[in-house]
Design a protein around this ligand. Structure first.
Ligand code: ACO
Length: 700
């Protein structure tokens, strides 16, 4: 585990040397030096250039060794092949941090050079940011050691970007949006300092109120998630993670030389751990600013007020997409709002004041919403009309924002006007959350609701003690035989130890034995092929159900054997499993696995053959709370069936939750198990438990 408590000198250095500082104004070394000087850095600045002389009125030094004072940060902007020499000088000089701006390392395949630098620095306690970064801005030290065109504006948002270009562009964008920064830096190839290290520092940094991270690939996934969760309890963590699409993931891979984590898994566990995931930079910036400056809503009932029916419909669509809950108690809406709306308007949510609404109509309805105990947040939307223009909107937004900001969250959106948006920038500079894009306005409220609910929800971990010794005995046999996959019988035995109910079953070597076992188990029975080489039994017609007598069983045995031989002639067949026939229920899949990026994860979804067809699955990391597991189940489509779809009886969801906890515990406590999956797990009516019909256990 790296020590991150000592990142303070990176954000609050007393001195900085810029290697590659040049008199040539076009060079990056010159620009960094100029930014450091004009940014008003409080400490000492040392330009380093073999030609010495004066650069931007400062004495330049031949190398860092000749500087008499201590140096906290050395910022290196010279070609890659010369960087190691400077790193050696840094070690001799006992420099604390080297920021390597230079490109030309692992991102283009020059991995050896990067590793040489990183391991030499590590051995000698020199911390490295980069290579392949744009530098650092830290408001605390008034340090702008970046080659940004725009001067960053001081404030309370910290931005960590894996991409240098995107990060540097965000300096300009935040200025445009009037968002102040506590710090901004890129991590580039992450040869040493990565996003976890920075999160750990920023979590306790009092000048930072929100953190925005742009990620391409995740290294130390488990640590990242844990750190982000701990940080999220103190301040919002907003993440833009590229690589959602397969092509995007591929581009991210070649861009930084790092592999994007599996996106669907990341998305689900980000939600579990309170990470607010944005899709676009505009969303991320709007959310960061709003969430760090607004008060939290008391509940999750939102009200939309508009003068345009169409605008209201679009807002309703966006509310569904961004999970903004629209208050819908008709009686109360009628009582509180109908008298303020024309007869041809609508008091239902969205409240439609109609196109004739004037400033005073908006003010009246918004004041009612402010006083309404049932409403926790408001979306105030307006379209430009001949009776309500941009100036009216601005006047209203400012006066209402002043009244609302200490009572409940409110966001504004206006469509029309001069189109210059300059008045919006004016409003935003006064802190008013106003957006020209309706979907950004709605998503901002959605992000706030998500974060508020996550912070409120208890997330106690569920524990389950398992009999490790018994399970390890079964595994040992497979390990001794150099097998990676356990046989069905072994897997079912492990389920028994985990107290997961499975139908009575026995492995028969021939048809005669199968008939003998069926007599013991009781008809009707199911017959299934047992072969480590056959993973999807139904694909090879390796399963026969509802066999009622010895004759049926004998025929089924022969048919299954013939089917499997036809499709997979080389499969080694261990026999056939005869098992109790289980009544129909709902088939789901449950599983746990040791994910290479995020550690132990659990999974739930539509089961049986629907797994591949619908890919209706969701994930969480483990340990997880019961509440989080319920949430994971809720995210899938099959959960509607479980809750009782169209008059169907509710199913035993509690038993699914406890089964998942047992699988998660097995993965966590038995390192030899890589993956454990039950498919199908059949779910019966509430109180009637579940049955595992098939299980697959893969070893590490
Ligand atoms: N110590 C001190 N100064 C040195 C040394 C040294 N060991 N070696 C060379 N120098 C001097 C040079 O003489 C030169 O000064 P001069 O102009 O007075 O002659 C200066 O340092 C710069 O060296 P150059 O060889 O001229 O290098 P140049 O400035 O052309 O390029 C750079 C250096 C910018 C680091 C380049 O190699 C590079 O990597 N560019 C890409 C940077 C980048 O994109 N970074 C990442 C991400 S940010 C983003 O994507 C937006």
């Amino acid at each position: 585990m790296k020590n991150t408590s000592c990142l303070k000198p990176l954000f609050e250095p007393q001195s900085i040397a810029i290697v590659g500082a040049s008199q040539n104004p076009d060079k990056i070394g010159h620009k960094i030096l100029k930014n450091a000087i004009t940014g008003g850095f409080k400490g000492k600045i040392y330009p380093i250039n073999p030609k010495k002389g004066k650069i931007l009125n400062l004495n330049a030094y031949e190398n860092i060794s000749v500087v008499k004072d201590n140096i906290d940060i050395v910022c290196i902007a010279i070609p890659a092949k010369f960087v190691f020499g400077v790193i050696k000088d840094c070690v001799k000089k006992k420099v604390k941090f080297a920021i390597i701006i230079s490109s030309g390392f692992s991102e283009i395949g020059n991995i050896k050079e990067e590793q040489k630098i990183a391991s030499f620095a590590k051995q000698n306690n020199l911390r490295i940011l980069g290579p392949n970064v744009f530098g650092i801005y830290s408001a605390k030290a008034s340090l702008n050691a970046t080659f940004s065109q725009t001067k960053p504006q001081a404030g309370s948002l910290a931005i960590v970007s894996q991409s240098g270009a995107l990060g540097i562009a965000m300096i300009g964008k935040t200025k445009q949006e009037n968002i102040g920064l506590s710090s901004i830096l890129s991590i580039g190839n992450k040869s040493d300092i990565n996003s976890c290290d920075l999160l750990n520092y920023l979590k306790d940094d009092l000048s930072t109120k929100a953190i925005l991270i742009y990620l391409e690939g995740i290294t130390e996934g488990e640590r990242f998630i844990k750190t982000a969760q701990q940080t999220g309890l103190k301040k919002p963590v907003i993440v833009i993670k590229s690589g959602r699409s397969k092509k995007g993931a591929q581009a991210a891979k070649s861009h930084t030389g790092s592999l994007s984590g599996e996106d669907q898994v990341f998305d689900a566990i980000a939600r579990q751990h309170g990470i607010i995931r944005a899709e676009t930079i505009q969303q991320a910036l709007s959310w960061s600013k709003f969430i760090s400056s607004t008060l939290f809503p008391k509940g999750s009932n939102s009200l939309i007020v508009t003068n345009g029916g169409g605008f209201g419909v679009l807002a309703t669509d966006a509310a569904e997409k961004y999970k903004v809950n629209l208050y819908n108690n008709k009686e109360k809406l009628k009582k509180n709002y109908s008298s303020l709306i024309p007869s041809f308007g609508s008091f239902l949510n969205p409240i439609d004041l109609t196109g004739q609404a004037k400033l005073k109509d908006y003010q009246a309805i918004m004041m009612s919403a402010l006083a309404d105990q049932n409403i926790d947040s408001v979306l105030c939307l307006a379209c430009e009309t001949a009776v309500f223009n941009e100036n009216d909107f601005n006047t209203m937004a400012i006066s209402l924002y002043k009244k609302y900001k200490t009572k409940k969250p409110v966001v504004f959106s206006f469509l029309g006007g001069s189109g210059k948006n300059s008045s919006f920038f004016d409003l935003r500079s006064k802190g008013v959350p106003v957006f020209s894009d309706l979907s950004i306005a709605v998503s901002t409220l959605g992000a706030l609701d998500f974060y508020t609910n996550w912070k409120k929800t208890p997330n106690g971990e569920e524990k389950y003690i398992i009999d490790e010794q018994k399970i390890n005995l079964i595994i040992k046999k497979a390990v001794d035989e150099e097998r990676k996959i356990l046989g069905s019988e072994e897997a079912i035995k492990i389920l028994e130890i985990l107290k997961i109910s499975a139908p009575k079953s026995k492995l028969a070597k021939n048809a005669g034995q199968a008939i003998e076992f069926a007599k013991l188990i009781g008809y009707p029975v199911v017959l299934k092929i047992d072969s480590k080489d056959i993973i999807h039994k139904t694909d090879v017609k390796g399963v026969k159900l509802n066999l009622k007598n010895p004759n049926d069983l004998k025929t089924a045995f022969e048919e299954i054997l013939a089917n499997c031989r036809k499709v997979q002639p080389n499969a080694k067949i261990d026999g056939m499993e005869v098992s109790q026939m289980i009544p129909q229920g709902i088939d789901v899949i449950v599983g746990a696995n040791n994910n290479s990026s995020f550690g132990p994860t659990i999974m739930f979804g539509s089961g049986g053959v629907n797994v591949e067809l619908f890919k209706d699955i969701s994930f969480r990391t483990f340990p997880a709370s019961k509440n989080q597991i319920h949430q994971m189940i809720k995210e899938t489509k099959v959960s509607s069936l479980l809750r009782g779809f169209r008059g169907g009886r509710p199913k035993d969801i509690q038993s699914i939750v406890s089964t998942i906890i047992k699988l998660g515990a097995a993965i966590r406590q038995i390192p030899l198990i890589k993956e454990i999956e039950i498919n199908p797990l059949v779910i019966f009516d509430k109180g009637s438990s579940v049955k595992a019909l098939d299980a697959r256990i893969i070893l590490t």
